[in-house]
Design a protein around this ligand. Structure first.
Ligand code: UDP
Ligand code: MG
Length: 310
């Protein structure tokens, strides 16, 4: 059976359309369930999901107590999924559901993760593109995960989903984690379609915060930059210090100048090193302390036995 996880935040116009399209495409080829995860929507999204689940047993739903973000919604869906393979797809039909049969084929032929990668990025502004590029480059260089063209549109084998469900960390980044776990991966290209209805749910601020938290939850490199610059500064201070002492001994120095320079250099480099080391410990503590739940489910719709057991 195929489980389809669909995060939805204020998507009342899109839910019925998406459910209908999925039914058209999936019912002839496989048994399936649709798990809509309502990420604390303010509109009628949850009512619509509940009504659908009463009419159609393959539709299930989870409702969050507030907006926890797409990551939480995806992971709640993965936990609730009972299929042999699980697909994650956006609610706004920007991820073409027509690709699902192709992804299923790839899975049947042995792929454990089938990634849909963006062949074109659809309509996006220049600044947005620039930020996306920079973010992807940083992730690649520091965390060694290649996210260029990556999307959250994926189909995963049960093994992969179990591996993801077993991850204890709280600050997740699905796109990178599903790459980090490894497994036999196959890529299929798609063109990003325009949004079906409604506006994008990401403001620039929200996206920027998302990028920042993804970087810090995946790598300690930014913290190490401080330590490394502390060390570099210390070497620089040593050289300059020696030069100052030489000048002082040969009588070339202005009165009192040497003492001031030496003090600044020593105090500066020790401070920098100290901050770097504290930062490093902080990053360790921060890694350990992630034990708050990723999301809180307040209501369920349809048969959710699987989800309650876990
Ligand atoms: N989404 C969510 N929680 C949020 C923001 C978005 O569950 O806080 C869902 C949204 O309903 C949609 C998907 O994530 O199904 C992608 O959102 P959107 O289409 O707004 O993003 P974009 O396609 O512009 O990147
Ligand atoms: Mg979208």
């Amino acid at each position: 059976m195929l489980s389809v996880v669909i995060p939805a935040f204020n998507e009342q116009e899109n839910i019925p359309v998406t459910a209908e399209r999925m039914k058209e495409i999936l019912s002839p080829i496989t048994e399936y369930e649709l798990i809509f995860v309502d990420d604390g929507s303010k509109d009628n999204t949850w009512q619509i999901i509940k009504e659908l689940s009463e009419k159609d047993t393959s539709v299930k739903g989870l409702h969050f107590s507030r907006n926890f973000g797409k990551e939480g919604a995806i992971f709640a869906g993965l936990k609730a999924a009972s299929g042999d393979c699980v697909a994650v797809i956006d609610c706004d039909l920007q991820h073409p559901p027509e690709l699902l049969p192709k992804m299923l084929d790839a899975w049947n032929n042995g792929a454990e993760v089938v990634e849909a990668v963006k062949a074109s990025r659809g309509k996006e502004g220049i600044i947005y593109k620039l930020f996306a590029k920079t973010f992807y480059r940083m992730m690649k260089n520091s965390a060694n995960v290649d996210l260029d063209g990556a999307s959250d549109y994926k189909l995963m084998d049960r093994k992969v989903v179990d591996a993801l469900n077993d991850m204890p960390e709280r600050l997740t980044f699905f796109r990178a984690l599903s790459c980090w776990v490894g497994f036999k991966t196959e890529k299929i290209e798609f063109d990003v379609a325009p949004r079906n209805a409604g506006k994008t749910k990401w403001s620039f601020r929200k996206l920027f915060r998302y990028a920042l938290s993804s970087i810090t939850s995946f790598t300690n490199v930014p913290m190490q930059i401080i330590t490394v610059s502390g060390i570099l500064f210390f070497i620089f201070a040593l050289i300059l210090g020696i030069q100052t002492i030489v000048n002082f001994c040969s009588g070339n120095a202005a009165d009192g100048f040497s003492t001031v320079i030496l003090l600044i250099l020593i105090v500066g480099s020790i401070l920098m090193l100290g901050i770097g080391i504290i930062g490093y410990y902080l990053s360790k503590i921060y890694e350990e302390i992630k034990c708050r739940p990723r999301y809180i489910v307040s209501e369920r719709a349809g048969d959710m036995e699987q989800e309650k057991k876990r």
